[in-house]
Design a protein around this ligand. Structure first.
Ligand SMILES: [Zn+2]
Length: 252
C-alpha cells in the first residue's frame, strides 16, 4: 500500500510541498485530494507568524492518466498576517510550482496546452489534445499561445523594489527594479525619472506593492497605487536586508 501511495505521490506536481490525503476514481476521472505541507509566509511582508483563518477547496485540472481526466482538489488555507504594519490582513496560501494564483489547471498542464498550441496551431492541436484526454478548444489554444508569448517577455512581479544605480558614479544614474519575492533584478531603466518608471509600470499592471529607496522619485507609483501600498525601504528593512543579501550572494 505504501509503495502504491508513493508511486502516486511521486507523480504529483510540487510533490515535496504537498501531502496526498486520498486518491479516488470517479465516473468523470481520477481525483487526488491534497493539502500543502507547511504554513506559508505572508506574501506582502514575508512575516512567518500567521494565524489560521479558514479554508476552501480549489479544483485544478492536471495531466491525464492513461487518457483519463485528472483533477487535483487542493485544500487551500487562508491565514491572517500578524504583522500590525502589514497592509495584507488575510491571504490564501499559494503554490506557484503547482498552479498560478487564479488558474483552474496545474502549471504543467497549462504549459503542455501552450506547447501543443505553439507547435500545431488551433484545430490540429485541439485534435491531438483530445486524443490524449485533454479537452481544449482551438480558441483556447490560440489564446494560450498569445499569453505564453506575453509572459515570456514580461515576467510577472507582485512586490517590486525600486532603487537607483550608477552607470557612472556621480555622473549618470539609472533605475534598478527588483522582484522582492523572487530576489531577482528584473530590469534596469537607463534613466532615473518618474516618467520612465511610469511607463514601465504601465506595462506591468500586476504590481501590487512597491518599495523604494527614500530618494527615488515616486510620482509614478503614487499615481498607480493606493498610498498604503507604496512604502519606503526603511519600513521593509528586515525583508530588504534578507533579500538583498540573497541577491548579492547569488550573483557572486
Ligand atoms: Zn504581512
Amino acid at each position: 500500500m505504501n509503495r502504491r501511495t508513493d508511486l502516486v505521490k511521486n507523480q504529483l506536481p510540487a510533490q515535496g510541498q504537498l501531502i496526498l490525503e486520498a486518491a479516488e476514481e470517479t465516473t468523470d476521472g481520477i481525483v487526488f485530494r491534497v493539502r500543502v505541507k507547511d504554513a506559508p509566509h505572508c506574501p506582502a511582508c514575508s512575516e512567518s507568524l500567521v494565524w489560521y483563518h479558514s479554508r476552501y477547496v480549489r479544483r485544478l485540472r492536471d495531466l491525464p492518466w492513461q487518457g483519463k481526466p485528472v483533477e487535483i482538489h487542493l485544500q487551500t488555507r487562508r491565514f491572517r498576517c500578524r504583522n500590525k504594519e502589514c497592509a495584507r490582513k488575510v491571504f490564501a496560501e499559494r503554490l506557484p510550482a503547482l498552479a498560478d494564483r487564479r488558474a483552474r489547471e496545474t502549471a504543467r498542464l497549462w504549459e503542455i496546452v501552450g506547447v501543443v498550441g505553439y507547435a500545431l496551431g488551433g484545430l490540429p492541436g485541439e485534435r491531438l489534445l483530445h486524443r490524449l484526454g485533454i479537452k481544449r478548444s482551438d480558441d483556447t489554444l490560440l489564446r494560450r499561445v498569445k499569453t505564453r508569448g506575453r509572459a515570456a517577455s514580461q515576467p510577472k512581479v507582485r512586490v517590486l523594489s525600486v532603487d537607483d544605480w550608477a552607470w557612472r558614479k556621480k555622473q549618470r544614474y539609472g533605475t534598478m527594479l527588483l522582484d522582492l519575492e523572487r530576489s531577482q533584478v528584473i530590469d534596469l531603466l537607463p534613466v532615473r525619472s518618474a516618467d520612465s518608471f511610469a511607463e514601465w509600470l504601465g506595462l506591468h499592471p500586476e504590481v501590487e506593492v512597491i518599495t523604494r529607496d527614500a530618494c527615488m522619485p515616486m510620482e509614478a507609483a503614487r499615481a498607480r497605487l493606493p498610498q498604503s501600498k507604496s512604502r519606503t525601504a526603511s519600513t521593509w528593512f528586515p525583508t530588504w536586508v534578507k533579500r538583498q543579501s540573497a541577491i548579492f550572494s547569488n550573483s557572486r
